[in-house]
Design a protein around this ligand. Structure first.
Ligand SMILES: *Cc1c(COP(=O)(O)O)cnc(C)c1O
Length: 475
């Protein structure tokens, strides 16, 4: 591609992105295609001769776009958000333009030092203990795996790295923990049979007394507890494990404590939500995803550690071809995680934080929390709906309940969510809480306003009416 064509399409694509984000509301939230549809519209093999960008862009609009689900839609209420923002997108453009591979300090010094500084800003913003060091990983799943590996090494005196796994180690999580802990325990060699699932209370938070009992019981049988993964903001219901008692238990039994705050961590920038992290001084590592709720393009997951030494000792490797003269003076982030090659992710985070400012980010998060409270109020007022979990942040778990049997309610609510999502106007996802099938309304798109939440509520009520039958006078 010649320079002028590059420039022309560069301008055109920026225009396209601006217009797309401005009108994304007009698309159905969920892709309206069937499995295989995109596949069948694509040629079976690559073109021998290069094609024009006009042609490629046309196919992007006609083949790819209709098969996309629109995560930046203001009526995106599914999973958790993965919100982006103009400053983040602009930074991604520069990142792509420089095409730097930031594996060690020397390969991109400013990238390494910007990462260090921006993460120190974030540490302060969240109120994490002084002296905690940050590194950017790709996702929360990777961070949990990295934490499990570090915990494994600490528990074995850094022997399993050399000798392989010699003894069984145990991991403790709440029954509400994310599936990535199970995946991490598989990969890190703990084995899924050696995960202890600690019961959660009626607020879906880990019960510390049960945690302690499980650790004591295992120790009595000469088994070796190694790691606890606590969750601040569980995926199903935003349940918050109490870090203080859990941390004290970990300290007294010498266990590694990792905190997964993938979604909820962003809310810790609000003074009124700092209570979620009470006891965080006890944790060994802490993770949250700016790519979920902090307006930073996927992927960007932030990992803070109390003792970088054990992390580095777990991952470091010193082949001749990676040695440099400044190794002793700088941070080489290749030793802070799994991959060698690293993207320049700090740039977009820096752009976002500077462009919004702490207050600007707080405003966005507060708006989402406010909208969730509003929605919660409508649910509570309606006699056919009920709230199923405490609303700590911007996630509301609810269901239709007309007092039929639990089994029938599960069927009813399953039908309800499918009807709601079929409208294409909103997208919600579901979960089960203590055996109940519930709908999750997760608010966090940058452009979501009250009217979008209200429209969702109207659709929910109208679909519920449809299902229950128009002769039901209660609605
Ligand atoms: C979303 C989520 C994850 C997974 O995040 P990835 O970055 O996609 O790996 C892990 N834990 C919790 C609590 C989450 O909400």
């Amino acid at each position: 591609m010649d320079k002028e064509t590059f420039r022309k399409f560069g301008h055109e694509f920026v225009d396209w992105v601006v217009d797309y984000l401005d009108s994304v509301e007009d698309y159905p939230v969920r892709a309206q295609i069937k499995p295989g549809e995109t596949l069948n519209r694509l040629p079976d093999s690559a073109p021998l001769v290069g094609e024009s960008m006009e042609h490629i862009f046309k196919d992007f609009r006609e083949i790819i776009l209709p098969g996309m689900t629109h995560w930046q839609h203001p009526s995106w209420f599914a999973y958790f958000p993965a919100n982006n923002s103009p400053p983040s997108i602009l930074a991604e453009l520069l990142t792509a333009g420089m095409g730097a591979q930031c594996m060690i300090w020397e390969t991109s010094p400013a990238a390494a030092e910007l990462e260090e500084k921006v993460l120190e800003w974030l540490r302060q913003m969240l109120g994490l203990p002084e002296g905690m060091n940050g590194v950017i990983q790709d996702t929360a799943s990777t961070t949990t795996l990295v934490a499990l590996l570090t915990a494994r090494e600490k528990a074995t005196g850094f022997k399993s790295n050399r000798k392989g796994f010699q003894e069984k180690l145990f991991v403790y999580v709440s029954e509400e923990a994310h599936s990535s802990v199970e995946k991490g325990a598989k990969i890190a060699g703990y084995g899924t049979d050696n995960i202890r699932r600690i019961p959660a209370d009626e607020n879906f938070a880990m019960i510390p007394a049960h945690l302690e009992a499980a650790i004591v019981a295992d120790k009595k049988r000469n088994l070796k507890p190694a790691c606890v993964v606590a969750t601040v903001g569980t995926t199903s219901s935003s349940g918050i494990d109490p870090l203080k008692p859990i941390g004290e238990i970990c300290r007294s039994y010498g266990l590694y404590l990792h905190v997964d705050a993938a979604y909820a961590g962003t809310a810790a920038i609000l003074p009124e939500k700092k209570w979620m992290l009470e006891g965080v001084e006890h944790v060994d590592s802490f993770n949250f995803n700016p790519h979920k709720w902090m307006l930073t393009n996927f992927d960007c997951s932030v990992h803070f550690v109390k003792d970088p030494g054990s992390l580095i000792r777990t991952f470091e490797i010193h082949p001749e071809y990676l040695k440099t003269d400044v190794d002793a003076l700088v941070k080489n982030y290749r030793d802070w995680g799994i991959q060698l090659g690293r993207r320049f992710r700090a740039l977009k985070l820096w752009f976002v934080i500077r462009s919004y400012g702490i207050e600007g980010l707080q405003k966005v998060v507060r708006k989402h929390i406010h909208l969730a409270e509003l929605f919660k109020g409508w649910i509570e007022e309606h006699e056919l709906f009920e709230i199923v979990a405490p609303v700590h942040l911007s996630l509301v778990c609810f269901r239709l309940n007309d007092s039929r049997s639990e089994e029938e309610l599960n069927i009813l609510n399953r039908e309800l969510i499918e009807r709601i999502n079929q409208t294409g106007k909103v997208l919600l996802t579901q979960t089960t809480l203590k055996g109940k099938f519930v709908l999750r309304m997760a608010i966090g798109s940058r452009t979501t306003e009250e009217r979008h939440v209200h429209q969702a509520w109207e659709i929910i009520v109208s679909m519920a009416k449809d299902i229950l039958g128009k002769n039901n006078v209660n609605i």
